[in-house]
Design a binder for this molecule. Structure first.
Ligand SMILES: [Zn+2]
Ligand SMILES: [Zn+2]
Length: 238
């Protein structure tokens, strides 16, 4: 069977700080957003997905705006989406199924006709955020490597050099593992990482009370921040 590219990505990502799956998923989503803005913005499929999601989810929509040089692409996608909103709310073609037009309903102030609800429903997204879909697929691909390659020498050696996984990704990996032996291998690495974090947090608190704490801090200086990532995953990767 051909080794998937995600295997090599994960093996290379393990030694860097933090949860490798979080890091790779965030990288893949950023690449995807980049691709949308710089290569695929005029493609029917890109526009269809963006329109269906009525933009993107809050997180990915704003992430899109942080990519440099993306203003033109965002303008194109937003305009076609706003065009849909105008069509859906046009008085003569609005999506509210009723004898009266939307404007007439407003004027007559009919109570209990659910006009607002019907229009709100029509304005709901009809598809998921495309970046969330991409994120989910990437995450599934990386997670599935554990059960398949944990016995692979290179994979396991790289995993052992890692700082473990964030708790959400660890839980997902554990659920997929087929044997208690594999569970034991994964959790042994993770417990070493947690024990180190625990000690670093202890040292951090001791040094924080020190007047010269800026001089006294070592590797434990960022343990409070690392700890947040260890418990909930990297920002935006969950
Ligand atoms: Zn993670
Ligand atoms: Zn999203």
């Amino acid at each position: 069977m051909i080794t998937p590219l995600s295997y090599y990505d994960l093996v290379e990502a393990f030694p860097a700080p933090g949860c490798a799956i979080c890091r790779l998923v965030l990288r893949d989503v950023e690449k995807y957003l980049d691709g949308i803005l710089y290569e695929y913005v005029m493609e029917a499929d890109t526009q269809h997905r963006y329109r269906a999601a009525r933009g993107m989810c809050n997180q990915h929509g704003w992430q899109l705006t942080t990519l440099s040089g993306g203003a033109m692409g965002i303008a194109v996608l937003t305009q076609v989406t706003v065009n849909d909103l105008l069509k859906l709310t046009a008085q003569d073609t609005h999506a509210v199924p009723a004898a009266l037009t939307f404007g007439e309903r407003l004027r007559t102030r009919t109570r209990g006709d659910n006009a607002g609800k019907a229009l709100a429903d029509a304005l709901e997204p009809t598809g998921d955020c495309p970046a969330c879909v991409k994120q989910e697929a990437a995450q599934t691909a990386y997670l599935s490597l554990f059960d398949r390659y944990l016995d692979d020498e290179r994979f396991f050696a790289a995993y052992q050099t890692s700082q473990g996984l964030c708790l959400p990704h660890l839980r997902s990996v554990l659920r997929d593992l087929g044997t208690s032996r594999l569970v034991g291998q994964v959790i042994a690495v993770q417990r070493r990482v947690w024990a180190q974090l625990h000690a670093d947090l202890e040292a951090f608190q001791a040094n924080y009370r020190n007047e010269n704490r800026h001089l006294a801090m070592g590797a434990e200086g960022d343990s409070w921040l690392r700890g947040v990532g260890t418990l909930i995953g990297d920002r935006g990767a969950g």
